[in-house]
Ligand binder design. Structure first.
Ligand code: THU
Length: 134
């Protein structure tokens, strides 16, 4: 757990947040134990902004990963202390696409040994699903 939070803190250092100055880092662990980091990437046009969680997911999925165990998230003002940062609805819906809501863990950390552990189901009780066709 410490290692995963450490990776999220490391990913946060790369945050591109010149507008909100709110830097977020995420570390996504696959079922095989590989870790993908991600940071938020903002845009002058606002809408194209990508959250740290989605950056981590898209990096992993684009490398062929499709089985995930947990994600650690850290966020806070660029020069301030970490604040408990929960994923936005869009990121939760992306998690729902690739993860079992009863099993996938979301770790909201403010320090290496200070964190809250939730399941995706806790934060997104009624995620949207469509049957996958061929
Ligand atoms: N943000 C994330 O990256 N993840 C979250 O869980 C919440 C919000 C980013 C988006 C934006 O760059 C900044 O935080 C302020 O909203």
């Amino acid at each position: 757990m410490k290692k995963l939070i450490q990776e999220a803190i490391k990913a946060r250092e790369k945050s591109y947040c010149p507008y909100s100055h709110f830097a977020v880092g995420a570390a996504l662990e696959t079922k095989e134990g590989k870790i993908y980091g991600g940071c938020n990437i903002e845009n002058a046009s606002f809408t194209p902004t990508n959250c740290a969680e989605r950056t981590a997911f898209f990096k992993a999925v684009s490398e062929g990963e499709n089985a995930f165990r947990r994600i650690a998230i850290v966020g806070g003002k660029r020069e301030g202390n970490l604040e408990k940062t929960a994923p936005c609805g869009v990121c939760l819906q992306v998690m729902q696409e690739f993860c079992d809501p009863e099993e996938f863990e979301i770790i909201l950390a403010t320090d290496m040994d200070q964190y809250e552990r939730l399941h995706l189901r806790d934060l997104l009780p009624y995620g949207f699903e469509l049957e996958k066709g061929n």
